[in-house]
Design a protein around this ligand. Sequence first.
Ligand code: DX5
Ligand code: ZN
Length: 221
Amino acid sequence: MTVQISPSILSADFARLAEEAAAVEGADWLHVDVMDNHFVPNLTLGVPVVEALGRATAIPLDCHLMIEQPDRWAPAFVEAGAGSVTFHAEAAAAPVKLAREIRAKGARASMALKPGTAVEPYEDLLPELDMLLIMTVEPGFGGQAFLDIMLPKIRRTRALIDRYGLQMWLQVDGGVSAETIERCAAAGADVFVAGSAVYGADDPAAAIRSLRDRATAARAH
Ligand code: DX5
Ligand code: ZN
């Protein structure tokens, strides 16, 4: 499976989003963290900004909704142009219905798990998803330290995906850096969100290349 890098604009300059999108040339996705100040204790951006960003870049948008009531709000992000929409398992009332709606509207459907949420109760839902996101920090803020205790969950999820022969991607988000990406990749992740490790670098595009090389080498082992 191919390694993909999704830089998080949470660590970018929100006053210069178009330029910041252009700075991550080579990225597979642009990770857009939507926070509502209820599901997480932070507030970021919503549908109008996603629409505007979609017009400003050719990189597909990977919208990570850290919001209450995703059943109600997620479809609007597909309509705004997101290529992938991730809702949280902890917030969704009807995850299967929601995933089907996201797919029917034309985006990839993805579900996220907070660090304290196990994957096993969701095993039967996996075929409904194009991607599962395993949070490797508590959602809400960029720049936090990677939680190594999530590595067993990544390994167990990879084993489930392989056992069922699914094509779904396995994304990790939070504290992913040159120091931690190899562990994530070796555990079975293939889509890597990185905020501070990309936008905190002097050359964001070079940081992406380096992250991709490290992950690709670790996955080959
Ligand atoms: C955290 C967000 C992440 C964040 C990652 O709640 O979901 O996408 O931007 O930032 P870093 O890579 O700095 O941990
Ligand atoms: Zn995120």
